[in-house]
Design a binder for this molecule. Structure first.
Ligand code: IMP
Length: 215
């Protein structure tokens, strides 16, 4: 599997795999369960290797989209005898309920633990414009006083970048598709799917223009 490459599973989205009534939004499966699990295993191996001198990792899971990815990654790190991991959550958003970025980052729910002096690993579902991570990175470094900070993103859409951000670990690089599944939503739908799908561009286009797209 090419690192950071797009994985087209070639699977068709059967009715059983798609939430009933929402099939009209879904284009196809982009990343299968098998590919996700193989890539997460590889990410866990890298992380365990990089953090072998560290006593404890402080994971910061960016909700809600990173929940499923983080749960799998953290368990994979445990299975590889990685360092203990403290887990905290933050909810930040540069997106509202739709597919376009508002450009403004807000912290909706802040951390509950004190992460000062900790080796922080941010777990993000997808990096798009880079605005969210740029904001959180400077928030953690300047206001929270962390000891070290690394970022692990499951998906990266570099073609959409507005603010440069260095990512330490990337699961898959994807083109400019709107994706969902595996924790990631489209208007709160599809988070429960165990694979990553693409939303039909024609559906998103219809939303923008207000045209009916076969609903
Ligand atoms: P950024 O600040 O533009 O990098 O936005 C990152 C956030 O936007 C992610 O954590 C997601 O919540 C959301 N996002 C970006 N692209 C997608 C997508 O294709 N599908 C669903 N959410 C997305």
């Amino acid at each position: 599997m090419p690192e950071g490459g797009v994985i087209d599973s070639g699977e068709s989205l059967s009715k059983k795999l798609s939430p009933p009534g929402l099939e009209y939004m879904v284009e196809r499966i982009l990343i299968s369960r098998r590919c996700l699990s193989k890539r997460i295993q590889a990410l866990a191996e890298k992380i365990v290797n990089d953090y072998r001198q560290v006593e404890e990792i402080q994971a910061v899971v960016i909700l809600k989209g990173s929940a499923m990815f983080s749960a799998d990654l953290i368990r994979a790190i445990y299975e590889l005898d990685g360092p203990p991991i403290k887990i905290d959550f933050i909810r930040a958003s540069s997106y509202k309920a739709e597919a376009e970025s508002s450009g403004k980052v807000e912290i909706l729910d802040d951390l509950s633990d004190n992460i000062a002096g900790k080796d922080v690993l941010i777990l993000e579902d997808i990096v798009d414009t880079g605005l969210t991570l740029n904001y959180l990175k400077s928030y953690f470094l300047r206001q929270k006083g962390v000891k070290s900070l690394r970022i692990c993103a499951l998906l990266d859409k570099p073609s959409r970048r507005k603010k440069q951000i260095d990512l330490d670990y990337i699961g898959f690089e994807v083109p400019n598709y709107f994706v969902a599944g595996y924790g990631i939503d489209y208007a709160e739908h599809f988070r429960h799917l165990p694979f990553v799908i693409t939303i039909k561009p024609s559906f998103l286009e219809g939303k923008k223009t207000g045209k009916c797209t076969g609903i």
